[in-house]
Ligand binder design. Structure first.
Ligand code: FPP
Length: 233
């Protein structure tokens, strides 16, 4: 199926390469994560005019807890600052923020910042920004399976449990920066028919041009969803 420019799409991003970006410059890894936040800001601002309706960013995986304590603390502080300071700008840009993943292992301050930004940006209608934090797709599917106790549950019902709410579209395009070609426990259910786009570009260097290139490549693809071309069109 050819995607028209008017269809708002769901883009998911694995933001990899912050550490390598920093060490390649003789800087501490923290500098790479800070530069990564600047990329987030640029991409969030550019996304709506590029036809992106939902943007899901992988900020911290459940497996990332195994990193050195100092790096984990630094990442949590960065995320907390982003959520606290960016609200006015996100509101002006019509961005609705939600955070997916576990909350019970986050600090009380960070959990409160999440609740506040979700509440304050709830009316945003230009872009749905979903930040995956303490997130594991396998855990999300397992949690949904534990809730899905009724007979006759449909795919749509189960999808709503996995994604945390009904009506969200599946991932159309999954972009991974930083050169690796894997999914790393990110949106496994939602990406069943996602188109995949990998780039060697390290996340801090990822620019609007890269987003535009990924979207152009995506729009030129022939999505068949298991059907024959004529039936899918
Ligand atoms: C992977 O790079 C990146 C992360 C684990 C963190 C991503 C976080 C940010 C970009 C900043 C905060 C995000 C938001 C939404 C404000 P890596 O450290 O694994 O890099 P490496 O593979 O080069 O070591």
């Amino acid at each position: 199926m050819q995607i028209t420019l008017s269809k708002k799409i769901h883009v998911a991003m694995i933001m990899d390469g912050n550490g390598r970006w920093a060490t390649g410059r003789g800087l501490p890894r923290a500098a790479g994560h800070r530069a990564g936040v600047n990329t987030v800001r640029r991409i969030v601002e550019a996304a709506p005019e590029q036809g992106v309706g939902v943007l899901t960013l992988y900020a911290f995986s459940s497996d990332n807890w195994g990193r050195p304590k100092a790096e984990v603390a630094m990442l949590m502080a960065l995320l907390s600052r982003y959520l606290r300071c960016k609200t006015p700008r996100l509101l002006r840009s019509g961005v609705r923020v939600s955070v997916i993943g576990r909350r019970d292992r986050l600090s009380a301050g960070l959990a409160a910042a999440i609740e506040r930004i979700e509440r304050e940006t709830a009316c945003g209608d230009r872009l749905r920004l979903r930040i995956a934090l303490d997130y594991s797709a396998r855990d999300a599917i397992l949690a949904a399976a534990r809730c899905a106790t009724w007979d006759g549950i449909t795919r749509e019902d189960f999808a709503a449990l996995v994604m945390g709410e009904p009506g969200l579209p599946a991932v159309d395009l999954l972009i991974r920066a930083g050169g690796e070609k894997r999914l790393s426990d990110f949106l496994l259910w939602e990406s069943a028919y996602a188109e995949l786009w990998f780039t060697e570009r390290l996340w801090p260097d990822f620019g609007i041009g890269d987003l535009v290139a990924a979207l152009a490549d995506f729009r030129a693809r022939n999505r068949r969803f298991g059907l024959l071309p004529a039936a899918a069109a």
